[in-house]
Design a binder for this molecule. Structure first.
Ligand code: FAD
Ligand code: NA7
Length: 578
């Protein structure tokens, strides 16, 4: 007898998104379970345990906003959080709200199929269990699926080889010769953290990056007291801003000020620290205007030249393309290249040809001998964790086929047509921001959708009964009257086993028209951005074979929240409820 369990909702993923979603659905009195491949909760911060792992959102905003007591009392000591502290914080939240009893770890979602007759998702897992939830909420992470380049000879290396997102906890680096491939946010953090520990550090750099100081420093009691008093305004400001990084984005054009004033503004931002602040608090056109971007880029290039003593190394470290990847910040990255034990290899000049038992072979025939090779090569971002499992919606339509056809799309980053009652947290085309405030926004929106579906039938908002079927009639589904599905589907009532309430929920899914419109909106909003002209994970152009695509809503969190408000107040505009 196969191990089957009916549930109201299954949440997949125990990071920031899944943890809050689980809590919200339990608060609705639903029968919910959460599964994760990992051994415990933490998501990103469970997996990314490399030395130097740190959030580049300031500590006061890289957390949940909804638990006021915890917000004010949970201890932290610096303006930025180290990875282990974030992991501890998330586990603390799980314990504080007694959530672990609803979580099952070491359990991978291996496939999911919508069963129209049962009105449930049939979810297969690595443990052999099958879950049959009415709602499937996926919080699989947008920077979660590793990108490990297929370099010839990978398996032949005699030393230790690892990806930063699977860092072995017992790996000792002292006295070792370590190679780091990649210098994005992760590589920059790793290199900065380990340069002083290792015997020799060789940094394999393909594209140089712009990085500014983080400004990380200890906080005192006064700082925290002041913050605690201002938290309501702080969250309000963050949620009403574009990037939710805790500052007001500038609208001042770069060339509206004199050269001296511009330099002063950049210098002040350099001293304050923070990658997003440097790019978006200084001037309003750095990510859209080529000349403005170059002024900003040149300021950072000058800092690199001033910091790095060897002119040849300084030359290699200076980017020449747009400053238009996710902005980085560091705790002394460029300074590491003044150390005698740190070398830089420019892979554009001498690409890697293979990995040998002893190290990394370059196109000029040199073999760099190493004890450890660390891949800081990033992620198959956003859709990577979705397309590797088979998720089959109505009419045998799979998510992979859908996205192969039209690119990784969705309506509002949460819902895809033909995938009823499946909701994604941080799915494609969600806002590009500091993520916890966006995650909270999406979780609360999904919870509202599920609560509407649970009621069945017409949508009730603020006591008003509205129709809610904006597109329902276009594809032959009859409008719901009271039970939510009068279109002949043989939805099973809850079977009464495992304590599942016999409910008559309705089904909610995005309409194709709404998805197309949202995709078009995201396309238009990013059209003028230099980010789109620059290869990185943000537009899916970092993984060989992956088709570049628009994967984010660049309209900012404030506008996104406005759109969600209009959707719920407008009777689930863009969704079909049946
Ligand atoms: P995750 O935390 O990625 O959790 C997803 C979970 O889903 C994982 O535990 C995974 O095991 C599980 N999972 C995936 N597929 C399956 C499956 N098939 N079956 C079962 N379980 C599955 N964001 C910021 O806003 N600010 C920062 O400073 C910042 N710094 C970052 C630094 C690093 C090194 C990285 C990698 C990311 C950073 N991010 C940052 C992004 C970060 O991912 C988000 O802030 C946030 O943690 C995402 O939470 P999540 O719950 O959506 O996903
Ligand atoms: P990123 O930003 O995608 O950086 C990956 C780095 O790895 C980048 O320097 C890449 O060079 C390099 N890379 C990738 N593949 C290769 C191969 N095959 N050979 C050499 N170098 C390679 O990932 P991160 O983990 O640093 O950061 C991702 C996000 O996580 C970050 O933005 C934060 O939000 C947290 P490239 O630039 O492609 O030439």
């Amino acid at each position: 007898m196969p191990d089957q369990q009916d549930l109201d909702a299954l949440v997949v993923g125990a990071g920031f998104g899944g943890i809050y979603q689980l809590k919200q659905l339990l608060d609705l009195n639903l029968d919910v379970k959460l599964i994760d491949i990992a051994e415990d909760a933490g998501g990103t911060w469970h997996w990314n345990r490399y030395p130097g792992a740190m959030s580049d959102t300031e500590s006061y905003l890289y957390r949940y906003s909804w638990d006021d007591d915890d917000l004010k009392s949970y201890p932290w000591h610096r303006t930025y959080l180290q990875g282990p502290e974030i992991l501890e914080y998330l586990q603390h939240v799980v314990t504080r709200w007694n959530l672990r009893q609803h979580m099952q770890f070491k359990t991978e979602l291996t496939g999911a199929r919508w069963d129209d007759a049962a009105g449930r998702w049939i979810v297969g897992t690595s443990t052999g269990q099958t879950f049959r939830p009415k709602y499937l909420v996926t919080a699989l992470g947008l920077l979660s699926r590793q990108n490990l380049p297929k370099i010839p000879g990978l398996d032949t290396f005699k030393g230790e080889l690892c990806h930063t997102a699977r860092w072995p906890q017992d790996l000792k680096l002292e006295g070792k010769r370590v190679g780091v491939i990649g210098n994005g946010s992760t590589g920059v953090q790793l290199i900065t953290a380990i340069a002083k520990q290792v015997k020799q550090l060789v940094c394999f750099q393909r594209t140089p990056q712009y990085s500014v100081p983080s400004g990380d420093k200890e906080i005192d009691k006064e700082y925290r007291k002041d913050l605690n008093e201002k938290y309501p305004e702080i969250w309000k400001q963050a949620k009403e801003s574009a990037f939710a990084f805790g500052f007001e984005e500038s609208s001042r054009p770069t060339f509206s000020v004199s050269d001296e004033e511009r330099d002063r503004i950049f210098e002040e931002a350099w001293q304050t620290g923070g990658g997003f602040r440097f790019m978006f608090e200084t001037f309003g056109d750095i990510s859209t205007d080529e000349a403005a971007n170059d002024a900003c880029a040149e300021f950072i290039r000058r800092k690199i030249r001033e910091t790095v003593k060897d002119p040849e190394t300084a030359r290699k470290l200076q980017p020449t393309d747009y400053h238009a990847r996710r902005p980085l910040c560091d705790s002394g990255y460029y300074q590491q290249f003044n150390r005698d034990n740190v070398d830089l290899i420019d892979l554009k000049e001498t690409p890697i040809t293979e990995i040998t038992p002893d190290g990394i072979k370059l196109s000029n025939g040199d073999v760099v001998e190493l004890d450890v090779i660390a891949f800081a090569t990033g992620f198959d971002a956003v859709d990577g964790n979705y397309t590797r499992v088979l998720i089959e919606g109505r009419d045998g339509h799979t998510l992979k086929d859908h996205w192969d056809e039209v690119g990784p799309t969705s309506y509002l980053g949460v819902s895809v047509p033909k995938f009823p009652n499946m909701f994604m947290i941080l799915g494609p085309n969600g806002p590009f921001t500091n993520l916890p405030p966006t995650i909270e926004t999406q979780v609360e929106f999904i919870t509202e959708l599920i609560s509407i579906a649970e009621k069945g039938g017409p949508v009730r908002i603020d006591g008003a009964v509205t129709n809610g079927h904006t597109n329902g009639s276009t594809n032959g589904h009859a409008h719901a009257e009271s039970n939510g599905y009068t279109d002949g589907d043989t939805h099973a009532e809850g079977n009464g086993t495992n304590g599942v309430k016999p409910a008559s929920p309705s089904l909610i899914e995005a309409s194709s028209e709404a998805e197309e419109e949202w995709t078009d909106t995201c396309d238009k909003l990013s059209a003028g951005s230099l980010f789109r002209k620059t290869d990185s994970w943000i537009f899916g152009s970092n993984v060989p074979g992956k088709k570049p695509a628009v994967m984010f809503y660049f309209g900012g969190l404030a506008n996104y929240r406005k759109v969600l408000g209009e959707v719920t107040e407008g009777g689930l505009k863009g969704f079909r409820q049946f």
